[in-house]
Structure formats: structure tokens, C-alpha cells
Design a protein around this ligand. Sequence first.
Ligand code: AFP
Length: 333
Amino acid sequence: MPNVTEYLSARSTDPELTDLISAICTCCTGIAGQLQLGALTGILGALEDTNIQGETQKQLDVIANDNLKEALLKLPIVAGIASEEEDLPVAGNPEGRFLILFDPLDGSSNIDVNVSVGTIFSVLEVPAGMNGGEERAYLQAGRKQLAAGYVLYGPATTLVLTTGSGVQQYCLDNNGEFIQTASAMTIPTDTKEFAINMANQRFWQPEMQSYVAGLLAGSDGERGKNFNMRWIAAMVTDVHRILTRGGIFSYPWDNRDPAKPGKLRLMYEGNPMSYLVEQAGGLATTCYGNILDMQPTKIHQRVAVALGSKNEIEVLLDAHKGALESDAAKLNV
Ligand code: AFP
């Protein structure tokens, strides 16, 4: 099977985009190595700092961020980067073409308990007349992504990628190469599996509460079938399961903290995952509108997310129908 560079080149992918993806792969191979040895090299655990989101940073969050930042900003094709761990975008080459947005280590609270985590990335083109140090250059709808993907650090290190022609999966081999293991990942349209943090149930909107109540009622309720639940507390891992065998994942709007109506970030979590899911035949929504059509207003913007198997997301959207007009504005999603 081809490695990622061979596959992209054989499909006449933009050579600069192919080079960029190769560089991301090389960097993530290094991060995989550091994760494997983290307990031995003393880089597990939290730092005293918090990031701009007010969240505790793990040492490996910062290490992964620094690795990606350094590797990408070295490339002449990179105009700038934006990261969950950086307050502001960082400018690269003023002549560069690409803006790369990333969550260097999604699910990092899993690291200390040796559960899967991942790097999520999104690639945009810098608009004419702007540079990669300006936030406004990055504020483009998810539909404009040139590529999106993640590297999952699990039992295997796996790259899942779209450049707009389906979704491919690759596995890291012993020679440091990502070898293709699936050329067209497809999300089954129906499912009996859902992923949501049930501990937040009382904070959700009534529509989400009643939809999930239907899942829990199973064969005793209107849905007439039993559902199973999975929650890994790393979006990257939950989405990987969905891309592999179907299901739905949601981190919905909630009213725990009015300043944070959604937990996930649009630009480097919601958008890249939504692009992958749509390219694999699934749907991605805020419950009030398509995520990929949202016009972002800031780099660290939060968003309500529900994505996965098409028919099940349609049931979820149906449950929100009455709320569409009024709540979409109220929830700012
Ligand atoms: P961390 O990267 O801070 O661990 O957050 C991961 C995440 O943003 C997302 O990947 C998970 O789906 C979600 O948080 C888990 O949130 P809960 O803490 O509510 O389970």
C-alpha cells in the first residue's frame, strides 16, 4: 500500500499541500515517540500555567505545540499558525500560502492515565492582502479548508486525512512512514451507539434532553431499539470510532457557564472534524446549523457539536426543529 506522500502525489494533489502534510506527519511521529516514553522521561503531568481558554496545560500539550510550531514555521510555504495553546496566531513567511490551525494534543487529560489522545489539524489558504499574523486571515468558514485531519496516538499511531476527495487512513510503521490502511472511510448511515458526557445532562437545552431521553429509553420508547454509550473524553478518539464503525458524538450547548456555551473549539476541533465526517458521508451540526457554514468571529471561538451517522443526526436535527429560529440566535451558534 502507498504511504501518504505517494498516495497524494499519485492523485495530483497540490505538491505544496503534499509537502505540508508530510511535514505534519514527520512532526507527529516525533510526538508519538515522546508520548510513548513520557512516563520514563518525566514529561507527564500538568504545568502550573493555564492556556487562553483557562484550561490546565499538560507538559505534553506544550511540548506537542512547540514541536508543531517550530516545524511548521520553518517551512517557506507556511504563512502562519494558530493553536489551542497560543493566545494569538503566529506569523510565518509573509510569502507563504498556508495557514495551519491545530489542537496539538486533544484529550490531554487522558495522557496521565495512558488513554488515547491525538493531534487535530486544519489547513486554510491565506487570503490575498492578509498575513498569517492577523487573526482575520484565519476567520474563514470550514468549507474553505484545503485539508483536515488528525493523528491518533492509540495502540497504533494512525493518520486520518481529507484533502476534499474522501477520507483516507494510514498507520505509522516501524520505518516512520504512514502506510495507507483505508482509501475511503465511510460512516455507516445508521447506528445504535452514541457518545455524550451524560454528567452534563441537566445543563442541556430541552430539545437535547428529550432526544437523549429517547436513546436511553431504547426499545421501551419511541425509537424502538436499544442504544449503547461510549465516552472517551477525547474528541479525536470518539470521532475515530465513529469514522470506523459509525455512531454519533455530541458536545452540545450547555448553560453551566454562560461564557462557554460550547466546550469545543470551532477552528481547530469543530471544523476539521466536521470536514472529515462530511467527506465520509456523515453529518456535522451545531443542532441549529451546519458547522462548516459558520462564519467564525474569533480564533478560539467555541461551538456546540453533534456529528456522525447521517440518519441518526437527522433524528437529532428533527428533535431541534421547533427551536431552530429563536434558539440559534440566542445560543450564538
Ligand atoms: P482536553 O484536551 O482538555 O482533555 O479536552 C478534551 C475535550 O476538549 C474533547 O476532546 C473531549 O470530547 C472533551 O474535552 C471531554 O470533556 P469532558 O471533560 O466533559 O469529558
